[in-house]
Design a protein around this ligand. Structure first.
Ligand code: HEC
Length: 205
């Protein structure tokens, strides 16, 4: 049996429940903001973890490393997969293969390595920092990654053995295949690069 009074009571109870729920949601949002830090502006360093540095060096972190330092890190953390002489194994071959990308013989596959194929040295830093070693990506310090970059580029005969890699020197390295890529001039597909990572993310100052 349902009387008008009962129905009003049910309606009020429902409204009360909705009100309670929204207070709960508010409290939850406040708690989450305190706990997870929602709503704060990310720092350059935080954004740097999501954005790759550009070929001209924008976004490269502080730090530096030499060929010798890189060799020692390489032997401990990379050689097991990429080979003592960077010749490849479980992981890709990293050097050699220049001149194999273009040939008229269909039986000869191009050998694509950092040395023969990659157009920008900054990509090497970025890739190693984010993805390597395969079993512990993100575990290397920026100094170690600069050193590894110096070592690999030295073994690839691209830089001298006394090079110090850092945010200034690395973007100046000219890779052998830099002219093997054509820029795409269709702005509707590739709009101009934003000046800052914050702009790309839509976090405008
Ligand atoms: C456990 C094995 C393993 C270890 C250790 C490892 N790598 Fe790799 N690496 C790989 C594999 C597998 C790939 C290919 C990944 C892919 O194509 O997705 C790769 C890819 C790469 C590439 C890209 C090559 C290309 O031409 O695309 C570079 C550069 C590289 N590794 C550098 C390093 C460096 C420097 C270290 C040491 C800090 C390291 N790797 C440690 C397995 C490894």
């Amino acid at each position: 049996m349902s009387t008008i009074t009962e129905r009003r009571f049910v309606a009020r109870a429902c409204l009360f429940a909705v009100a309670l729920a929204s207070i709960g949601a508010d409290a939850f949002a406040r708690e989450a903001a305190a706990k997870f830090g929602f709503g704060t502006r990310p720092s350059e360093a935080e954004i740097g973890r999501f954005f790759s540095p550009l070929p001209d060096g924008r976004g490269m972190p502080q730090g530096s490393g030499s060929v010798l330092e890189g060799k020692s890190v390489y032997q401990q953390q990379c050689a097991s997969c990429h080979g003592e002489k960077l010749q490849g194994g479980i992981g890709d071959r990293l050097i050699g293969g220049r001149g194999t990308l273009v040939n008229a013989d269909p039986r000869k596959a191009p050998i694509k390595t950092v040395e023969s194929y990659w157009p920008y040295a900054t990509t090497l830093f970025d890739y190693v920092k984010r993805a390597m070693p395969l079993t512990a990506p993100g575990s290397l310090t920026d100094d170690q990654v600069y050193a590894l970059t110096a070592y690999i580029l030295f073994e690839a005969n691209i830089v001298a053995d006394d090079v110090i890699m850092n945010a200034e020197t690395l973007p100046k390295v000219v890779m052998p295949n830099v002219d093997g890529f054509m820029p795409d001039h269709r702005p509707e597909h590739f709009p101009p690069v934003a000046k800052t990572p914050h702009q790309s993310l839509g976090i405008v100052k």
